[in-house]
Design a protein around this ligand. Structure first.
Ligand code: 13P
Length: 338
C-alpha cells in the first residue's frame, strides 16, 4: 500500500460523524464480559455475538471501522460469509488487535509493558492478506504510588513506535493506544500530568522511529479522575482538561484522535466526546473507538435471548453508534439515548 493509501485510510477512520467499534476483546476478556451476563464463552457464542454486532443494518452510517481479535478476523457469518467481506461490502474498515497484552515490567513493581513485537512483521503481512486496513496496540499506564516511572512510560512508547513502523511497512494504519487507566484514587490533575508525559514520550518515539504521523491514528484515554477518587471532576472539566492536554502534546499533522471508554458509563463517554467537539474547532477530528460504551447495553439484551433478541440488540448497537456519531460532531443531546 502506498503512503497515499495510509493517509486515505486514516482519514476515512475519522470521517465526519463516524467512529470505530472496538470488538477486539481477547478470549479471556470476552469471557469476563460473557460471565457478567451469564453466557458460556464458547467459540460459537463469540462468533454469534460478533455476527450480531457486525451485521447491524446501516452500521456504516456512524461506524467507519471495527477492531477485531485474531479469532474474529478468521470467522464468518452463519451463512458462511467471512466477517471481513461483510465489513468491506458494507463500508466498514476491518482492523485487528495485534498486541499480546501487558506483562509486568521487570524492576518496576506495579508497572506493565505490552508484548507482541516478536514475529509481528509476519503476523501483520498475514492480517493484511486477510483484509485488515488498520491495527491496534494498547499500552497500559497504571497510576499509583510513585508510578508510572519515566522508564515505564518510555518502554511502552518504544514498543508502540516499533509496532507503528512495522504496521506502515505492511501498508496498515497503526492505531497507537497508550491507555492511562482510570483505576485508583488519583485526581484529575494527576491524570493530566501522566497523560501529558505519556503522549510526549509517545510522539518523541514515533518521530525517532520514522513513523509517518499522517498515516497514524491516536487512540487516547480522556483526562479524568480515578474511579476511587472522592473528588469527581465535572463533565466540562474532563472535556477542557483532555483537550488542553492533547493540544499540548499531539502534533496537528495527525489525521485524528479516537477515544477509548475505559470503564466510563455509556452516558459519560458520549457526553464527554460531545463536549470536546462543542469546544472546537480542534486541530484534529475527535471521535470514538469505544468497546464497552458501544456494546454493554446490546450485550445485556442479547444475553437474555441469543436468537430472539438478535435484532433488538442490533437496534441498540445502531442507536449507540448514532449517539456517538452525533457526539463526534458535537451535536448529541441527552434525549437521543435509547
Ligand atoms: P473500552 O472502550 O471498553 O475501554 O475499550 C476500548 C479498547 O479497545 C481498549 O483497548
Amino acid at each position: 500500500m502506498s503512503i497515499e493509501n495510509l493517509e486515505e485510510t486514516a482519514r476515512a477512520m475519522v470521517a465526519a460523524g463516524k467512529g470505530i467499534i472496538a470488538i477486539d476483546e481477547s478470549n479471556a476478556t470476552i469471557k469476563k464480559r460473557f460471565d457478567g451476563v451469564g453466557i458460556d464463552c464458547t467459540e460459537e457464542n463469540r462468533r454469534a455475538y460478533r455476527e450480531m454486532l457486525l451485521t447491524t443494518a446501516n452500521l456504516s452510517d456512524h461506524i467507519s471501522g471495527a477492531i477485531l481479535y485474531d479469532e474474529t478476523i478468521r470467522q464468518s457469518t452463519r451463512a458462511g460469509v467471512p466477517f471481513t467481506k461483510v465489513m468491506l461490502d458494507n463500508g466498514i474498515l476491518p482492523g485487528i488487535k495485534v498486541d499480546k497484552g501487558p506483562q509486568p515490567l521487570a524492576g518496576f513493581p506495579g508497572e506493565v509493558v505490552t508484548e507482541g513485537l516478536d514475529g509481528l512483521r509476519d503476523r501483520l503481512n498475514e492480517y493484511a492478506r486477510l483484509g485488515a486496513k488498520f491495527a491496534k496496540w494498547r499500552a497500559v499506564i497504571n497510576i499509583g504510588e510513585d508510578m508510572p516511572s519515566a522508564t515505564g512510560i518510555d518502554a511502552n512508547a518504544h514498543a508502540l513506535a516499533r509496532y507503528a513502523a512495522l504496521c506502515q511497512e505492511a501498508g496498515i494504519v497503526p492505531m497507537v493506544e497508550p491507555e492511562v487507566l482510570m483505576d485508583g484514587n488519583h485526581d484529575i490533575d494527576t491524570c493530566y500530568d501522566v497523560t501529558e508525559a505519556t503522549l510526549r514520550s509517545l510522539f518523541g518515539a514515533l518521530y525517532e522511529h520514522n513513523v509517518m504521523l499522517e498515516g497514524t491514528i491516536l487512540k487516547a484515554s480522556m483526562v479524568i479522575h480515578g474511579k476511587d477518587c472522592a473528588e469527581k471532576a465535572s463533565p466540562e472539566e474532563v472535556a477542557e482538561l483532555t483537550l488542553r492536554c492533547l493540544k499540548s502534546a499531539v502534533p496537528s499533522a495527525l489525521p485524528g484522535i479516537v477515544f477509548l471508554s475505559g470503564g466510563q458509563s455509556d452516558l459519560d463517554a458520549t457526553r464527554h466526546l460531545n463536549l470536546m467537539n462543542q469546544l472546537g474547532p480542534n486541530p484534529w477530528p475527535l471521535s470514538f473507538s469505544y468497546g464497552r460504551a458501544m456494546q454493554s447495553a446490546a450485550l445485556k439484551l442479547w444475553s437474555q435471548d441469543l436468537v430472539g433478541n438478535f435484532a433488538k440488540a442490533q437496534s441498540i448497537v445502531a442507536s449507540r453508534a448514532r449517539e456517538n456519531g452525533m457526539a463526534a460532531l458535537g451535536r448529541w443531546t441527552p434525549d437521543m439515548a435509547a
